[in-house]
Design a protein around this ligand. Structure first.
Ligand code: URA
Length: 259
């Protein structure tokens, strides 16, 4: 694909997201940050962000270490601890392989989805099916590549017929996600859909009430947004997701040391 075709595809995607104009003004990229929000510094006190800013809420998220409170360890350690997991019934229900996670182990931006689907189960890589292709476009729309970020799921094995994960499955698997978050120590976590947001934030609130807000999550910021599979069914909500992604990008940019 030449540059002209690439640009045409990018613009078509932005149009698909509901964006009707772009600007060269750098302030445009930061427009999603609520006025008055303090910039985030990696590793700094999280209390700064959102202080007194309506629309930015502050809650403590769940721990970023394992359920036991033990240190996260490296991603390799976590994968080794997971092993050929038989902790929940999903290992008997037709999973082909464990889908651990993919991407940059030092990513500043981490995406968390729900559970592998059929394509992910076959390939062993999260978000490679239709929803994954949309996620890849969303990542590229904020000027990043898939290999810049880290992508994981709450559940590492495919539920049969892509049914929702069950509470005991989430309970068995989420400690590994918490450890992945601890190992990567991202600046921003984007929780894709209800299951990811609820597991990470330890809440029962639906995604419709969680999105549009930014949560403290240890040293990171957590942005709940719609799951790409939902966006495929409800494209009119892509615009909301775009706002969430711009917010994520603005927080990432604000965390970078100024030249
Ligand atoms: N949906 C998810 O939540 N995760 C994947 O990896 C693929 C689809």
């Amino acid at each position: 694909m030449n540059h002209r075709e690439q640009l045409a595809e990018h613009l078509a995607f932005l149009t698909e997201l509901g964006i009707d104009g772009v600007s060269r003004d750098p302030r445009w990229r930061r427009a999603a940050v609520a006025p008055g929000a303090d910039p985030v510094e990696r590793g700094s006190s999280p209390a700064a962000v959102g202080r007194g800013v309506p629309g930015l809420s502050e809650v403590e998220g769940s721990r970023a270490e394992g359920e036991t409170g033990s240190p996260a360890g490296s991603l390799q350690d976590i994968r080794a601890d997971l092993g050929d997991c038989t902790r929940c019934k999903l290992h008997t229900l037709g999973r082909r392989q464990i889908v651990f996670g993919v991407g940059n182990p030092k990513a500043a931006l981490m995406f968390v989805g729900e559970a592998p689907g059929r394509d992910e189960d076959v390939q062993g890589i999260p978000f490679v099916g239709r929803a994954g292709q949309l996620l890849t476009k969303m990542i590229e729309a904020i000027g990043l590549r898939r290999e810049d970020v880290y992508i994981a799921n709450v559940i590492k094995c495919r539920p049969p017929e892509n049914r929702n994960p069950e509470p005991d499955e989430v309970a068995s698997c989420e400690p590994f996600l918490f450890r992945q978050v601890g190992a990567i120590a991202p600046v921003v976590i984007v929780a894709l859909g209800t299951f990811a947001a609820q597991a990470l934030l330890k809440t029962q609130e639906p995604i419709s009430r969680l999105r549009g807000r930014v949560f403290k999550y240890g040293g990171a910021r957590l942005i709940p947004t719609f799951h790409p599979a939902f966006l495929l069914r409800s494209p009119e909500r892509k615009r909301d997701s775009w706002e969430d992604l711009k917010q994520a990008k603005a927080l990432l940019d604000a965390s970078e040391p100024q030249a």
